[in-house]
Design a protein around this ligand. Structure first.
Ligand code: NAD
Length: 398
């Protein structure tokens, strides 16, 4: 048989097992993708060109990001010869729905996008989660690249391939794992971020320092004023450091087979607070900060965490203007309601309520024997009056 050059015969001889043997299907998928940091939009698009050399781009963003940064990005894409079609969604968690996803799927289906073309999610966690889920579903999965524009997305949501939209029954209920082709963060996009969102993003970075990286925690302790002032080179080091820690942690268990995850630090009580306050009035990062403070108090009460470590954590949260006690939450969260929400979470999760309790800066322990009394005490803790009026003012700022 002679075939034209470049055409090869595919040779296989798969043996058949005994008819009653179990047939095993295996599908192992591990992805590796670059996470890069650019100092300008031009540099970010150059990185994008290296991972998307000749495909077309469908760019999804939200109205706020489009108004602030959309034109510059579109012009740079055009200048570097990237064919792009753009759509926007309304900003905020209310957009993270199946309805928005359906509209994006209709838009893709009506466009000239092919399976190997690339969806680009340009925005915060809401755009990234929604567009990422659409990318996971469109034609059984199309490539997507994340361009995070919030601190929270840069240090957390853009990494790890967890994509989802919310359902009235629960947040992130409709989701998938779909790993991005690349994550490209650029410091100029963060320059317009409102202070409250900077603080909320910072909470997720503090979390990573506490559970896994004293070096990251020290960076935050030392450079907090520059971070809050959005100083570009400090922000770059923060995002780079937090992304490094998150990538190292997800590398150990990329598809979350182990439910005992240190990355859930602050999230047990944090999720319950988000639920009882109706998803929105308390930002995710604010709820996580409060959850971390509660977990530290529980750990301290058990003698698992030293007073020095717990003070360091609470001091950083307070200096960052993040809520450490209930009175500082932007919306009221009644302890009884929080306990009831936790009880629901316990029922969904096989009767176990897992807590990540910090034991020091850089180490934690996971337990499911935290009692209602310990939770109630942590929720009801109230601080000494804050001697520093500047911090007190920041805590109540919008
Ligand atoms: P977001 O996407 O709603 O952004 C916050 C607000 O900031 C929005 O109003 C947005 O329009 C605006 N914004 C975005 N970039 C801006 C910029 N550069 N300048 C000015 N304004 C800007 O919220 P978020 O905090 O980025 O993300 C929260 C979402 O992320 C939640 O839905 C949460 O569930 C999800 N999340 C996902 C993961 C994950 O692993 N997939 C991890 C953590 C959080």
């Amino acid at each position: 048989m002679s075939l034209p050059p470049g055409i090869h015969v595919i040779h296989d001889a798969i043996a058949l097992p005994a008819p009653h043997d179990t047939v095993r299907a295996r599908a192992v998928h591990r992805a590796e993708y670059p996470v890069v940091f650019a100092d300008s939009v031009e540099e970010a698009v150059k990185h994008l060109r290296t991972v998307v050399p000749d495909q077309r781009i469908a760019l999804v963003t939200d109205d706020t990001v489009a108004a602030l940064h959309g034109r510059e990005l579109r012009e740079e894409l055009h200048r570097q010869g990237v064919e792009t079609t753009v759509t926007t969604i309304a900003p905020g968690e209310a957009s993270k729905t199946l309805r928005t996803a359906e509209r994006l799927l209709d838009w893709l289906a009506g466009s000239r996008m092919r399976r190997r073309d690339v969806l680009v999610a340009f925005g915060g966690g809401v755009v990234i989660d929604t567009a990422g889920w659409v990318a996971s579903a469109y034609m059984r999965g199309m490539p997507y690249v994340n361009l995070p524009t919030t601190l929270l997305a840069g240090v957390d949501a853009a990494l790890g391939g967890k994509v989802a939209v919310d359902h009235p029954q629960a947040k992130n209920l409709i989701g998938a794992f779909h790993q991005p082709t690349a994550v490209i963060a650029a410091t100029p996009w963060l320059s317009t971020l409102p202070a409250r969102h900077v603080r909320a993003g910072l909470a997720e970075a503090v979390k990573k320092g506490v559970i896994a990286s004293p070096a990251l925690f020290e960076l935050i302790e030392r450079d907090l004023p520059e971070i809050l002032a959005l100083e570009p080179s400090t922000l770059r080091r923060l995002v780079h450091g937090a992304a490094t820690v998150k990538c190292a942690l997800i590398d150990r268990d990329p598809y979350e087979e182990d439910l005992r995850r240190p990355l859930n630090f602050g999230h047990t009580i944090g999720h319950a607070v988000e639920t009882v306050t109706g998803y929105g009035p308390v930002l995710h990062g604010e709820a996580v900060a409060f959850g971390m403070a509660c977990a530290a108090r529980i750990s301290l009460g058990r003698g698992w965490m030293t007073g020095t470590a717990s003070t360091r954590l609470l001091t950083v949260l307070r200096r960052a203007g993040l809520p450490c006690d209930r009175a500082q939450l932007p919306a009221p969260a009644d302890p009884g309601a929080v306990l009831a929400a936790l009880e629901k979470i316990r029922l969904i999760r096989d009767g176990r309520l897992r807590f990540v309790l910090p034991t020091d800066i850089g180490t934690s322990a996971i337990t499911d024997d935290v009692t209602d009394d310990e939770i109630r005490q942590a929720l009801s803790w109230s601080p000494d009056p804050d001697p520093d009026p500047r911090t007190a003012r920041r805590n109540t700022a919008p």
